[in-house]
Design a protein around this ligand. Structure first.
Ligand code: HEM
Length: 509
């Protein structure tokens, strides 16, 4: 039986690909909204895939902010794509309880296990409470600030000095990826992988994270049965996903057993410095489970899923934001001059006043928000209604259907941001009295909105600010001319070819 159904699937696949090939390469270029008899809009999607971000901007603009995409029948690919702020508010906040990530999301993001990103309802609620308890501790806030400034001074600065002295080019995105990876690993596990060093060593965990990002994106543009089959056979991106998953299991298991040993050894020893630098894994192992009844902290799988979630949430997001920010600065020298003026007296070494100093940097914050608006690191979100509903835009959504919110397009909609939506204008974020202008999160969705708002927003903004201050005070960054700057297809909006730069030390009179 199994072999007959596999044969049928194979024949169907070959036929599908023949038709697809014909449509893609023999037919004249059709409009994205063309609905073919069997494959419906899939050919157009595949054809536009390499420039899907800008395509989504155009399609959503001409579709009045909401576009129903039709995939091949029975492939489970139909989705309502929207960037309408009224719909976003409805889905993310006012009717939050009806819109979940759902089983299809969990299926696609299966490597995340039961971490906070993939779960819903009661389990998500309990996880969120426990995450808040861990992250909002004052000791943890101080630990994260001191970790960031230490990595900046002992890791990033020597590395930039080295490249400035040598005069060689370096990929700034790679540098930021290593910087954020080391920081999040220290915050989560207490161990420093030291990936940010002049030798630029390859890290298997980092590589696995990259492979998973690519694999997840492909799962979004292939019929479910196809990637499931590919996974079963062990082929292409799915083979890499399986390998990456095994790497996550192995590396996380090492951190977890190491931490349990370390805690056993130090049992009974009350050391204030331990509390001051308590990492997330330790806090989870020590979690009072009478308060969080659904969580089983003695289960290594629970710990694996949750430390992995933190690492995924905290690494590439901030690195991507910083890379696009510095690229935008290279195109806007007037903004650089204004930020330099603002940060001239900011002293990062006074860690006691660190937060206060960073909070004063209004123009810098405006520039960072502007970069996050144009290049949101998490470039799309998915939701699924529990019960059928009608969105404020008038679109009916069935129970269990897929809704995709395209954050990249949202930040570029003229109907939402005005005629100058495509321009990089930090002034957009400054009030007349010189304070930071608050934009509602259903319009500025880069850190998500409603009850599932990003839990690392504060850490991420601080991290970006200290890097920006350090670099703009002490270095000149020059982007190497002639390189192609474009976003990669992935779940995080990184630069496809990186960002090659040269760096020189500024002569401060
Ligand atoms: C510029 C950097 C960052 C951006 C743009 C960002 C953006 C986001 C977005 C859009 C979500 C919602 C994802 C979804 O529901 O599918 C999210 C969730 C989350 N983020 Fe961030 N993030 C950033 C940095 C961080 C950092 C540094 C951490 C951890 C230290 C973090 C921790 C989390 C967590 C735990 C969630 C899950 C919240 C929940 O589902 O309740 N993020 N983030």
């Amino acid at each position: 039986m199994a072999s007959i159904s596999l044969l049928q699937v194979s024949v169907a696949m070959i036929l599908g690909f023949l038709i697809l090939h014909y449509l893609l390469f023999k037919k004249p270029y059709g409009r994205f909204r063309r609905n073919w008899p069997v494959l419906r809009m899939l050919p157009a999607l595949l054809r536009a895939l390499h420039r899907i971000y800008d395509y989504s901007v155009k399609i959503l603009e001409i579709s009045n902010l909401t576009f129903p995409f039709k995939g091949p029948r029975f492939a489970g690919m139909d989705m309502l794509v929207t960037v309408d702020p009224a719909n976003i508010h409805h889905i993310m906040t006012s009717n939050f309880s009806n819109y979940i990530k759902g089983p299809a999301f969990q299926d696609v993001f299966d490597v995340f296990g039961d971490g906070i990103i993939t779960t819903d309802l009661e389990l998500w609620k309990t996880l969120r409470k426990s995450y808040q308890a861990v992250l909002h501790r004052q000791e943890f806030q101080r630990f994260s600030m001191s970790t960031m400034t230490r990595k900046l001074k002992d890791g990033l600065v020597p590395l930039l000095d080295h490249f400035a002295e040598k005069g060689t080019t370096v990929d700034l995105q790679d540098v930021f990826g290593r910087f954020t990876f080391d920081i999040i690993l220290i915050l989560v596990t207490g161990s420093d992988p030291r990936s940010l060093s002049i030798e630029m060593p390859e890290d298997e965990f980092s590589k696995a994270l990259d492979d998973v990002g690519e694999g997840i994106l492909y799962r979004h543009v292939k019929p479910r049965f196809l990637w499931k089959l590919q996974n079963w056979v062990g082929f292409g991106e799915e083979k890499k996903m399986t390998k990456a998953n095994a790497t996550f299991d192995r590396v996380c298991a090492k951190y977890i057993s190491g931490k349990r040993e370390e805690m056993k050894r130090s049992q009974g020893v009350i050391d204030k410095s331990n509390v001051e630098s308590e990492d997330i894994l330790t806090s989870f192992i020590k979690l009072d489970t009478t308060k969080y009844k659904l969580l089983n902290t003695s289960d290594d799988k629970f710990l694996r899923d949750n430390i992995l979630t933190f690492i995924i949430a905290g690494r590439d997001t901030t690195a991507s934001a910083l890379s696009w920010f510095f690229w935008l600065l290279s195109e806007n020298p007037k903004v650089v001059a204004k930020i330099r003026q603002e940060v001239i007296n900011t002293d990062l070494s006074r860690t006691g006043n660190g937060q206060e100093n960073l909070d004063k940097l209004v123009y810098l914050q405006g520039a960072l928000c502007e970069a996050l608006r144009l290049y949101p690191p998490v470039c799309f979100g998915r939701k699924s209604p529990i019960k059928s509903d009608v969105l404020p835009s008038g679109h009916k959504v069935d129970a269990n259907s897929n809704i995709v919110i395209c954050l990249y397009a949202l930040g570029r909609m003229r109907a939402v941001w005005g005629e100058d939506a495509l321009e990089f204008k930090p002034e957009r974020w400054i009030t007349e009295s010189g304070g930071i202008k608050h934009e509602p999160s259903f319009k500025f969705l880069s850190f998500n909105a409603g009850p599932r708002t990003c839990l690392g927003k504060h850490i991420a903004l601080n991290q970006m600010k200290i890097v920006a201050v350090e670099i703009l005070q002490n270095y000149d960054i020059k982007v190497v001319e002639g390189q192609k700057i474009e976003p990669v297809l992935g779940i995080i909006l990184s630069m496809k070819h990186g960002l090659r730069i040269t760096v020189t030390k500024r002569c401060l009179a």
